[in-house]
Design a protein around this ligand. Structure first.
Ligand SMILES: [Zn+2]
Length: 180
């Protein structure tokens, strides 16, 4: 059986070759969907930007109370996960009175609307961690793991799902007829 072309594993760059081989095998056998759906039978119920805002604020209040406030949170349909890794975080500076106030904004790709709660949690933890750590370095990942002990496993599974979407195209948890 031929292995999946390297380009299909672009979401998984940096993982050990052994792991990549396992993913390629699952892809070739068409078993990725089963594997993920068995682990995570249901999608989360965060359907709107307002609900996402609350979801993000709740996690922030629990772990990052002292970090910059997040003023805006939204699902972004234009966000391309390939270009922007997993989400974006920007700082919008505004002059308020005589002070320059930085307000953080978190955008999550719309495809995360129809994923298990664990995946939404992973992306949220990732973006929140950037409030404190800009680079994807050791400090960043240790903060992610502090907020979500399964962080590394979940990021891996999210990347496998992105690979599945690219190869097979079919969403695994999408509610029927839901607008993008
Ligand atoms: Zn990042």
């Amino acid at each position: 059986m031929s292995s999946a072309p390297a380009s299909t594993l672009r979401y998984l760059q940096g993982y050990p070759l052994e792991t990549l081989a396992q993913v390629e095998k699952l892809l070739a056998q068409g078993r990725v969907a089963d594997w993920l759906q068995q682990k995570y039978p249901q999608a989360h119920t965060v359907r709107t930007d307002r609900a996402l805002f609350d979801y993000v604020q709740a996690l922030k209040a629990e772990y990052l109370r002292g970090a910059d406030p997040v003023g805006k949170v939204l699902f972004d349909a234009k966000l391309h996960v390939v270009k922007n890794a997993l989400g974006t975080h920007t700082t919008v500076s505004r002059v308020q009175g005589n002070k320059l106030k930085a307000k953080r904004e978190i955008r999550v790709a719309t495809l995360f609307k129809t994923v298990p709660d664990e995946f939404l949690r992973m992306i949220t933890v990732h973006e929140l961690a950037h409030l404190k750590e800009r680079a994807h370095d050791k400090a960043f990942y240790s903060l992610c793991s502090h907020m979500e002990p399964r962080y590394h496993q979940l990021e891996f599974e999210v990347r496998v799902y992105l690979t599945h979407l690219e190869v097979a195209g079919a969403k695994l948890w999408g509610a029927a007829g839901m607008a993008e």
